[in-house]
Design a protein around this ligand. Structure first.
Ligand SMILES: Cc1cc2nc3c(=O)[nH]c(=O)nc-3n(C[C@H](O)[C@H](O)[C@H](O)COP(=O)(O)OP(=O)(O)OC[C@H]3O[C@@H](n4cnc5c(N)ncnc54)[C@H](O)[C@@H]3O)c2cc1C
Ligand code: FES
Length: 365
């Protein structure tokens, strides 16, 4: 119904209902009727392995589709606090109005992944953001593509494979997936179907647990696996997503071949912590103006220092990808822990998961 409402009229309604946005009122009637918020309803749930849950979502009218390999941010309220995490759709890319398939692997001690696996129900409505990310296949498609995934990293890669199938792609495709055991392969049947329909593509799963007898080769990635399973990989455009060790090994191998630029990768997890730069003297105080709290700067990121001070700022990826941790810096100098870049601007929004204070900093948290 809002598609036909002139934008200016919507703004007038929004202003009239201030301080609460119009969507706060509409959700009392139906949380899927929204003026500006993008949300999604769970319309189906699949439990493919003991550790995963697959959510089939129908988005609200604001959804504009995604490109295979991109990710969305999903928000869920846990104990009264909105928690947001990134997930990559596993289905073939689609346009407006299409369904979204997210497969979430639950981690011991993982807040959102465990909550969704244990509590998600058909009919639940979750917060969603538009799809973003540049872990995507180029257009036109390269003549040869190699996909390497490990564990839950299969989702964006499967989305690309399914998209190539839908496009009736005629180029060469190699896909090597790493899983601990056959019970951990979340999309085994779908991948088998693709392999049967495309006998000219090299599609193989490698099991990393060496105590089993299943499959050859076995074990974690070594370049010899590619010589055996995808012999023409040296000329391929490479897409890799999975545990940090797998991504580093594949990237190092192609770098040694002089083909670092051919590797496209996506990390799902941040390093446990960004160690303070030993070359930077640690000084000053970090003031959280919203909470009216001040702490001695210890050199870690503002997100980590805020959590140590008892605050619970919103975050998604904790590694500078998703922007869900962005907060207004009132004053002071911060260093981007990924690039080393200094930011001395006041009244600017910064990503607190990758920003460390340099001297006194005031942040509106
Ligand atoms: C771009 C992007 C796309 C993503 N797509 C997917 C996806 O399609 N499917 C999916 O399942 N996840 C995906 N993730 C990971 C996801 O966003 C969460 O990080 C993950 O679900 C854990 O969140 P949590 O709240 O359960 O754990 P948290 O409470 O944030 O973390 C708790 C503990 O779990 C550990 N942990 C968190 N993630 C992992 C991991 N991946 N492997 C091992 N240990 C971990 C942490 O080290 C920590 O100790 C993606 C992440 C990014 C950045
Ligand atoms: S939490 Fe994703 S950018 Fe900071």
């Amino acid at each position: 119904m809002f598609d036909r409402l002139p934008k200016v009229l919507g703004s007038v309604i929004e202003a009239t209902l201030a301080p609460h946005p119009v969507d706060r009122y509409l959700e009392l009637v139906d949380p899927m009727i929204t003026w500006s918020d993008l949300r999604a309803r769970i319309v189906d749930i699949e439990r493919r392995t003991p550790r995963t849950i697959t959510l089939i979502l129908t988005p609200t009218r604001q959804w504009t589709g995604f490109t295979a390999g991109q990710y969305v941010q999903l928000s869920v309220v846990i104990d009264g606090v909105r928690q947001t995490r990134c997930f990559s759709p596993a289905n073939a890319e689609g346009g407006r109005g299409g369904r979204i398939e997210l497969t979430i692997t639950s981690h011991d001690g993982g807040l959102v992944s465990r909550h969704l696996r244990e509590n998600a129900r058909v009919g639940d409505v979750l917060g969603l953001t538009p799809a973003v990310g540049d872990f995507c296949m180029p257009t036109p498609r390269p003549a040869r593509m190699l996909f390497v995934s490990g564990g839950s990293g299969v989702t964006p890669v499967l989305s690309m494979l399914r998209t190539l199938v839908a496009e009736r792609h005629r180029g060469a495709v190699d896909f090597v997936h790493y899983a601990a055991t056959p019970n951990d392969v979340v999309y085994a049947a779908e991948v088998d179907d693709i392999a049967r329909a495309h006998p000219e593509w090299n599609i193989r799963t490698v099991y990393t647990r060496r105590d089993g007898e299943i499959g050859h080769p076995r074990g974690h990635f070594v370049p010899a696996h590619l010589d055996e399973l995808a012999p023409d990989h040296r000329s391929a455009e490479v897409f890799v997503c999975g545990p940090a060790g797998l991504m580093a090994a594949v990237t190092d191998y192609f770098t040694d071949l002089g083909r670092a630029e051919a590797v496209h990768s996506e990390a799902f997890t941040a390093p446990a912590t960004f160690a303070p730069d030993p070359d930077q003297p640690v000084s000053g105080e970090l003031t959280f103006t919203g909470a009216r709290t001040t702490a001695a700067n210890d050199g870690r990121t503002i997100l980590e220092q805020a959590e140590s001070a008892g605050l619970t700022p919103e975050f998604g990826c904790r590694m500078g990808i998703c922007f869900s941790c962005t907060a207004p810096k009132k004053s002071g100098c911060t260093r981007n822990v990924l690039t080393g870049e200094l930011d001395t601007d006041s009244d600017t929004h910064i990503q607190i998961c990758v920003s460390a204070p340099v001297g006194d900093v005031e942040i509106d948290l």
